[in-house]
Design a protein around this ligand. Structure first.
Ligand SMILES: Cc1cc2nc3c(=O)[nH]c(=O)nc-3n(C[C@H](O)[C@H](O)[C@H](O)COP(=O)(O)OP(=O)(O)OC[C@H]3O[C@@H](n4cnc5c(N)ncnc54)[C@H](O)[C@@H]3O)c2cc1C
Length: 460
């Protein structure tokens, strides 16, 4: 890897295209500072609305505009699709792989914002038998699975299989788990009940499992209790103080105290924890920066990494003062480091997070919000949630389409994006040619293809 030659240099290299990276990039771009933004995905993904893609409310395009098009109007921005794999902070260079080739870029400042991925707490085998919600592919895969389960439940004549197809287990009652559990139950009643006359919402079981004693433990108290009650009222089985000890293709084993029980289900969704993406580990090794148990960089108070004044890390890949892994932390961190790089504040200025409040959506018309000492729950909090998320969506067209889709889904019974998923399902279905009876494949999703090893070349 170290044998590559530097082909180009820039003022700032920004790694990632999520909330943190975009916040930094916009500030640099507006100041006309040349920078190279390298991301392994072409989009700027609005993760808080991923659950709406998984449940057919919005399309992926509406929450994942192209990072290139967002920055296209700024001449100083150079966007590159690639995976950053190494850094040499002493000589100010990063390596990234694009098209199977390793490239090197030299920088004066480096800003890493590579986010986090699902953590399985030492049980990596769970990844293969569960669904996640972190990327566009995850959301579309889950949407196809939900549709497949309803389609097959409609056609099967085996009551036990039908029960398993209509059983959904969500592990982890943080924001993602709560959103998904609430939405799947709602989907059953407000969309599938209309389309499948033999499946009622009562046939669909959704179990939300949480190790802590509260749902949405980050909120706690009355708001957590409201969340639990709202979910239960909608028919979700909320199981608290319970751990998952095993998962396979057919279900999960749960343990509370000495009691163990098994839930059979075809769909198990894992939203129980995150850990920093791989690049955090590389950066830790190269800079000597310590990490926490989730692999997050224990950055300095000014968001620099290790002993390097020109290497910054922000957002979900970092840990500082117990700040939550949420988009405002990443965005404010991104703007903070951009101000330092642009000389608008002294080098070494400490990052001060301004907590403007937290919110979480439970289901249609119900959310919770905490702003300082003010706590809101129910319809007002739900409207606030929609409004805030609309403001932060990128692009006027996406906002317009989202509002239209929300009207259709929350006031009406529409889930426009299940039509699209239905086509995919048909295309993906792998029915053997010689089968003449109606046969539906057990699983249409395939394991993600293994990425090819990059070819290492020296560019001179
Ligand atoms: C389902 C879900 C719901 C959420 N809901 C909320 C919510 O309601 N409110 C809230 O505030 N927060 C929410 N969050 C959290 C929020 O999305 C994150 O805190 C935020 O995205 C963190 O921003 P980031 O820039 O650190 O990382 P990300 O936004 O995750 O961006 C990371 C970027 O790095 C890129 N990348 C990774 N590795 C490499 C590499 N080696 N080379 C190049 N590029 C790389 C990725 O492609 C991506 O573009 C939610 C998250 C999820 C998953």
């Amino acid at each position: 890897m170290g044998s590559t030659a530097v082909t180009d240099r820039t003022e700032v290299v920004v790694v990632g295209s999520g909330f943190g990276a975009l916040a930094t990039a916009k500030k640099l771009a507006k100041a006309g500072t040349p920078f190279v933004l390298i991301s392994e995905t072409t989009e700027h993904l609005f993760q808080p609305l991923l659950y709406q893609v998984a449940t057919g409310v919005l399309s992926a395009g509406e929450i994942a505009p192209s990072i290139r098009s967002i920055l296209a109007k700024y001449p100083s921005a150079d966007v590159r699709l690639g995976r950053v794999v190494d850094v040499r902070p002493d000589v100010h260079e990063v390596d990234y792989v694009a098209g199977g080739v390793v490239h090197t870029v030299g920088y004066r400042s480096l800003v890493a914002a590579t986010g986090a991925r699902q953590a399985y707490f030492g049980r990596d085998e769970f990844e293969k038998v569960t669904y996640a919600l972190k990327t566009v592919e995850d959301a579309e895969r889950l949407r196809r699975q939900i549709l497949r389960c309803f389609e097959e439940a409609h056609t099967t004549t085996d009551p036990e299989r039908r029960r398993n197809l209509l059983s959904f287990v969500v592990i982890g009652a943080g924001a993602t788990g709560v959103e998904l559990a609430g939405q799947i139950k709602e989907l059953a009643g407000r969309y599938f009940e209309q389309s499948f006359h033999d499946i009622s919402a009562d046939d669909v079981s959704v179990t939300l499992v949480e190790g802590a004693g509260e749902a949405l433990p980050a909120f706690g108290g009355k708001l957590s209790e409201y969340t639990k009650q709202s979910l239960e009222k909608s028919g979700v089985d909320v199981v608290l103080g319970t751990f998952v000890t095993d998962i396979d293709e057919h279900g999960a084993t749960l343990k509370a105290g000495d009691e163990e029980r098994r839930i059979t289900a075809e769909t198990i969704i894992w939203s129980a924890g995150v850990r920093a993406n791989d690049f955090a580990g590389v950066l830790a090794e190269r800079t000597g920066c310590a990490t926490d148990r989730a692999g997050r960089l224990l950055v300095n108070p000014d968001l620099t990494v290790g002993g390097y004044a020109d290497v910054y890390a922000i957002g979900d890949m970092t840990s500082l003062n117990n700040l939550p892994g949420q988009s405002p932390v990443a965005m404010q961190g991104g703007r903070h480091v951009a101000r330092t790089i642009l000389g608008k504040q002294p080098v070494g200025t400490r990052f001060k997070y301004r907590d403007k409040g937290s919110m979480a959506i439970i289901n249609r018309f119900r959310a919770i919000t905490r702003v300082g000492k003010i706590e809101l729950s129910g319809f007002i909090a739900w409207v606030l949630w929609l409004a805030v998320h609309l403001v932060y969506m990128v692009g006027f067209r996406n906002r317009y389409v989202a509002v239209m889709s929300w009207f259709g889904s929350f006031l009406g019974h529409r889930r426009p994006h299940f039509h699209y998923a239905q086509e995919q399902h048909r295309l993906d279905a792998d029915v053997p040619d010689d089968v003449t009876v109606t046969a539906v494949p057990a699983r249409v999703d395939r394991a993600p293809e293994k990425k090819p090893e990059p070819e290492k070349v020296s560019v001179r």
